[in-house]
Write a protein that binds this ligand. Structure first.
Ligand code: COA
Length: 171
């Protein structure tokens, strides 16, 4: 899609990251609200103070004409006492990503993910994620080379089945 610009995320993008996390965590399906997301300590790990650490890396997609924010993909190293839902090991940062509904299937998510993967990342040697077994995004992740880890079928936040997937980085 030609009318999109991409830039690194900054602290000012936090409100939009909440919107995208709400989509990524499929919270509308379980009739949850963004306010409920914000009061969930594990979900908060993905967004609060994003950009404060060198291992917080992500990209934003913006519509070139309207300047509307239309998608984001980001990673955070969530380890020790701050493990997220996709914790795999201490060198693997957790991915979250979503695009605004009306802009899906136009290549924006793929572009965001490829920007993220190409960014040199000290201290991060892999990207991990969890995805519901019914989520079409599973195909996107497989295309990018993510592999379901051993014993990677897990019970997710709402009691359904998800896969834990990992992509080793080349750095
Ligand atoms: C997953 C997502 C970020 C991909 O962004 P995008 O801009 O649609 O992606 P692209 O156009 O580059 O790639 C299309 C791929 O995205 C995935 N996709 C498309 N629509 C989707 C949807 N509604 N839900 C989940 N994945 C979707 C599919 O894998 C699709 O590949 P396919 O052609 O083989 O079906 C975006 O669709 C989305 O926000 N979905 C809802 C939130 C979500 O599921 N996030 C991931 C949580 S693990």
């Amino acid at each position: 899609m030609e009318k999109v610009i991409y830039r690194p995320l900054t602290n000012n993008d936090e409100p939009f990251l909440w919107e995208m996390l709400f989509e990524a965590a499929k919270m509308a399906e379980s009739r949850e609200t963004i306010e409920e997301a914000k009061s969930n300590p594990t979900l908060s790990l993905y967004v609060n103070d994003f950009g404060n650490k060198p291992t917080d890396i992500g990209f934003l997609a913006i519509h070139k004409i309207t300047k509307e924010k239309i998608g984001a993909a980001w990673v955070r190293l969530l380890i020790d006492n701050s493990k997220g839902y996709s914790f795999i090991d201490n060198g693997t940062a957790e991915l979250a990503m979503a695009t605004v509904k009306s802009y899906r299937n136009r290549g924006i998510g793929s572009k965001l993910l490829s920007l993220l993967i190409k960014t040199p990342q000290k201290k991060i040697n892999a990207i991990g994620l969890s995805v519901r077994d019914s989520n079409p995004a599973l195909r996107l992740y497989k295309r990018f080379g993510f592999k379901i880890i051993d014993q990677g079928k897990i019970l997710n936040r709402v009691g359904g089945a998800s896969y834990l997937m990992k992509l080793k980085l080349q750095n």
